[in-house]
Design a protein around this ligand. Structure first.
Ligand code: HEM
Length: 455
């Protein structure tokens, strides 16, 4: 059995003093967790007048995110204020009745049962990416992170607005979102660990201006998508037909735009980061790469992978699942308590933050065998599997679980299979990869890799 241990930040020997913690957290949220936190079931700190409690065992995750979901359904107030200018009441940050109504509209449209009709856009996007890479000379350098972001942005746009509008939409929306995200990145990192926003890190005016530009682009695209070819599958069309609650009312245009923005925001960088990490891991582990090649060569011909091929790609799927374990794109999920509770023996008061930390849970020394090692075989039929469904949470768990989990997983598998059938990526010699989390977990700002054509 191979035993490749991919990079992770040095773990402090003990808890850091508050100022050192804040300084390090601003640079990399993965670097602040002392070694001992990888074996604790639950722990917490008082940070400014709030308690921040990290749920770090299957029991405490179930207690808060599943059984106690009603008490812990609210996102942190900082997260809400950062995203509100862009997504309004959108599903990702709403709670209470608004969240329940929106969830009923959004969850079914990317439900697993709809994948056969939605995955055409994935195959088409992967096919176009492959054509672009095949046109490069052998050894050409690409930024795998940027390339995967471009690929998944194109796929989500064609899924939201329909294939006809997809390419145009991707260009407009990606550049507008880029500006917004940079502004948010500067201010919101500390919010995830509970630092209140008394520090002037919220650039309200510039954020609102960037949001207005995105809204204008989205309004135009939604308008066109709805009058465009009525037979085309698109999430916007499905949303326009869905009923709100038990009445006959449908969502109004603003709600619509908010949810389109949520789907774009939640639905592309996560999959892009997963794919970028998978390329990196394969480039460092020749035996896993060889086995992946054997599988895709046996299943695929010249055409991009399709929904029907999924069943025959268990190892490709296992590689993606293990990638999501080691490098979960959304490692920290924070919730604000709306009442009092006792979590794993710790008192939680209204306003306290509870954090589900997939970075720790997925590498927990008491739960996983060889927690830091890249072992896709865990996820193969007959493999050791996951220790508990509350210990493997790349898509979160409970009522707020990712609505696009099946779509995102399928997308990552189909894209990796299509591209790996013809191309391998090598890390640029001398380049050092360090996992960094600000809002999402990435292999740094860039991932330069060399394209090699497989013969
Ligand atoms: C590998 C890909 C993906 C990963 C790892 C991922 C992960 C997550 C996580 C961890 C959350 C919960 C965040 C929190 O509670 O703070 C979430 C929420 C969400 N995701 Fe995903 N996601 C992925 C792909 C997608 C895709 C493709 C879509 C849409 C097509 C999507 C739509 C959403 C939505 C709408 C929510 C909010 C759900 C709610 O609050 O009720 N995601 N995702």
């Amino acid at each position: 059995m191979n035993a490749y241990i991919p990079p992770f930040p040095i773990r402090p020997r003990q808890a850091l003093p508050p100022l050192a913690l804040l300084r390090l957290a601003r640079r990399n949220l993965l670097a602040i967790w002392p070694e001992e936190t990888f074996s604790k079931p639950v722990f917490g700190h008082r940070l400014f007048r709030k308690s921040v409690i990290v749920v770090n065992s299957p029991e405490t995750v179930k207690q808060t995110f599943v059984d106690g979901a009603a008490l812990f359904e609210k996102k942190s107030s900082q997260q809400r204020s950062a995203l509100k200018p862009l997504i309004g009441d959108g599903l990702f940050i709403s709670d209470g009745e608004t969240w329940r109504q929106r969830r009923k509209v959004v969850a079914p449209i990317t439900h697993i049962s709809r994948l056969p009709e939605l995955t055409g856009g994935i195959s088409a996007g992967a096919g176009a990416q492959l054509a672009a890479w095949r046109a490069l000379h052998d050894g050409a350098t690409v930024d795998a992170l940027a390339e995967m972001a471009h690929l998944t942005a194109g796929i989500i746009c064609s899924t939201i607005f329909g294939r006809n509008l997809g390419a145009e939409a991707a260009r407009t929306i990606v550049s507008a979102f880029g500006v917004y995200q940079k502004l948010i990145n500067q201010m919101d990192v500390l919010s995830l660990i509970g630092v209140p926003d008394f520090m002037p890190r919220f650039q309200g005016f510039r954020i609102r201006a960037a949001a207005r530009r995105i809204h204008k682009a989205l309004d135009k695209l939604i308008g066109t998508a709805l009058v465009d070819d009525a037979t085309e599958t698109s999430l916007v069309r499905s949303m326009s037909q869905a009923k709100l609650g038990s009445t006959d009312a449908t969502m109004d245009r603003t709600a619509f735009r908010d949810e389109a923005a949520v789907l774009f925001m939640a639905g592309h960088e996560t999959t892009a980061n997963t794919l970028a990490w998978a390329w990196f891991l394969l480039s460092q582990d020749p035996e896993t790469e060889r086995r992946l090649h054997v599988e895709v060569d046996a299943v695929l011909g010249e055409e991009p992978a399709k929904f029907e091929d999924l069943r025959q790609l268990p190892f490709t799927r296992a590689v993606i699942e293990e990638t999501l374990r080691l490098y979960p794109p959304v490692p920290l999920q924070a919730r604000e308590a709306t009442g009092e509770a006792n979590v794993g023996g710790r008192a939680v008061r209204k306003g306290d933050l509870v954090i589900l930390n997939a970075w720790l849970l997925h590498r927990h020394q008491r739960l996983w065998d060889q927690p830091d090692t890249f072992l896709p075989d865990r996820f193969m039929p007959g493999g050791s599997g996951i220790p508990s469904r509350y210990a493997y949470v790349p898509f979160s768990i409970g009522p707020r679980v990712c609505t696009g989990a099946a779509f995102g997983l399928t997308e990552a598998v189909l894209c990796l299979a299509t591209l790996a059938r013809h191309v391998r990526l090598r890390l640029q010699p001398g380049w050092v990869v360090e996992p960094v989390c600000r809002l999402s977990l990435r292999p740094g700002e860039r991932l330069p890799m060399l394209v090699e054509h497989r013969r």
